[in-house]
Design a binder for this molecule. Structure first.
Ligand SMILES: *Cc1c(COP(=O)(O)O)cnc(C)c1O
Length: 357
């Protein structure tokens, strides 16, 4: 028996989305970003579906090691690099590319005498103020790295866009210009664009692009869905009705009694809650598909259940199929109703939700 709350992952859609990345960036190499358990879709399952990506990017070294232990041979870039010398050992042992973004890493690398064992990407901070060296630090940093025997040459050069999901924000143009001006005199491959950069900023497309969210069929823009951008949604979150009952005018529903019925109606209880990763912040009126038809969420989301108004679906019965997001109900729309971004919803699916492909 399939568990009530489960997710279905469409691996054909993942492959389609990679092909779509290549249409938007036909001359670029693709570093498929599969950090955070493949944005909640399953690290190894997504990596195996995307084996013709030119490289993978993960956030942490343990994610890269999992890819290697599963036998994946693609280049793997670890976006947070290493912090300790012991971690650097793992990069060498498992042949992972390291992002170098802070001077502590330079000291660790400087102590190594092996030849050409480590591929690195030097990260410049062009305004995000998260990871990276300031443009003024590039020449000294580059010189140090170029002199380290362990580093494979040429060094890659990258930066990250802070505001690319807003097409009217000048910050992106300024970041791209600052990056290009700063690296102009250096050899090595360049990488700037995340999904929003690929989809909205042609100048951000350079030697390597780094799509994440778009591979999962989701738009990085608040005003569009992935489907409108030619992407196919990958994750669908399913459950079922487990109770249907009538409620009277004036009855309250759920914790805190925050919902009061304005008229008598039929109430459905669905086996999904924040314990599965359904957002507790989803407000009353958030759409839920029952037997393929939209009905509104009412009352508070609890750990294991939500309640919906089945007034428009009087034939609904316990056992009927429910979709929380997926075909016909974009995760972008649910994110909007929960005052969050779709990234957090797909990343937030919990262990209890079994995944089927
Ligand atoms: C997560 C991440 C990406 C991918 O971003 P999306 O918005 O999901 O496309 C690209 N580059 C870096 C450095 C990241 O941390």
């Amino acid at each position: 028996m399939i568990p009530a709350a489960h997710a279905v992952i469409d691996l054909d859609a993942v492959r389609h989305n990679l092909a779509t990345v290549r249409q938007y960036a036909p001359d670029a190499n693709v570093m498929a970003v599969i950090k955070a358990n493949g944005y909640g879709h399953g690290l190894l399952r997504i990596a195996e579906a995307l084996q013709n990506a030119d490289a993978f990017a993960v956030a942490r070294v343990d994610e890269g090691i999992r890819l290697r232990k599963a036998g994946l041979k693609n280049r793997v870039v670890v976006l947070e690099g290493f912090t300790y010398a012991e971690e650097l050992e793992e990069f060498i042992e498992y042949q992972l590319d390291a992002v170098v973004h802070t001077s502590v890493q330079l000291e660790i690398i400087d102590n190594r005498k092996e030849q050409g064992q480590l591929a690195v990407w030097l990260k410049l901070d062009t305004g995000m103020n998260r990871l990276g060296f300031k443009p003024a630090e590039l020449s000294s940093t580059y010189r140090l790295l170029a002199a380290c025997p362990i580093i494979k040459q040429p060094i890659g050069l990258m930066t990250h866009l802070a505001n690319a999901d807003d097409k009217n924000d000048e910050t992106t143009k300024n970041q791209i210009r600052l990056f290009n001006d700063t690296v102009a005199a250096y050899p090595g491959q360049r990488s700037i664009a995340n999904s929003a950069g690929i989809l909205g900023w042609d100048d951000a497309i350079t030697d390597w692009v780094r799509p994440g969210i778009m591979l999962y069929g989701i738009s990085p823009y608040p005003e569009a869905t992935g489907q409108q951008l030619g992407l196919r949604p990958v994750m669908a979150l399913h459950s079922r009705l487990i109770s249907v009952k009538s409620v009277e005018k004036g009855d309250t529903v759920g914790y805190g009694g925050s919902w009061r019925c304005e008229k008598s109606t039929l109430l459905g209880v669905v086996a999904i809650g924040y314990g599965d990763g359904y957002p507790r912040q989803a407000k009353a009126g958030t759409p839920v598909l029952v037997n393929g038809k939209r009905v509104p969420l009412i009352g508070r989301v609890s750990m294991d259940m939500i309640t919906v108004d089945l007034g428009s679906q009087p034939q609904a019965r316990p056992g009927d199929a429910v979709i929380l997001w997926g075909d016909g109900l974009a995760v972008e729309e649910i994110a909007h109703c929960a005052n969050t971004i779709p990234y957090t919803l797909v990343c937030g699916i919990t262990q209890r939700v079994q995944i089927f492909c």
